[in-house]
Ligand binder design. Structure first.
Ligand SMILES: [Zn+2]
Length: 91
């Protein structure tokens, strides 16, 4: 008799709750962009695009450079939180 795999035995997904980074090319290079849901926005951030605060619970994007350019490591440590619309307007 064939056994059905239980869904409880499936390989657990990574910690991310369905969000993943995509790569976007801009005039100043490639950027990793990840969407943050309102539920995941548990801290206020300042948007570099408009210098306004991104409030708690506001869906937005996190952006960091694809290419590590600094000796400090850059990359993920250079993450910036942007309003989705501000990032979309950026060139
Ligand atoms: Zn903004």
């Amino acid at each position: 008799m064939a056994r059905r795999p239980s869904k409880h035995l499936r390989t657990p997904r990574p910690l991310s709750t369905g969000s993943f980074a995509t790569t976007e090319s801009r005039s100043d290079g490639d950027w990793q962009v990840r969407t943050v849901t309102g539920q995941a926005a548990t801290k206020p951030y300042r948007c570099p695009g408009c210098q306004q605060q991104i409030g708690i619970g506001t869906p937005h994007v996190v952006v960091w450079p694809s290419t590590v350019t600094s000796w400090t490591g850059g990359g993920v440590d250079d993450r910036r939180h942007w309003h989705t619309s501000c990032w979309a307007r950026r060139r």
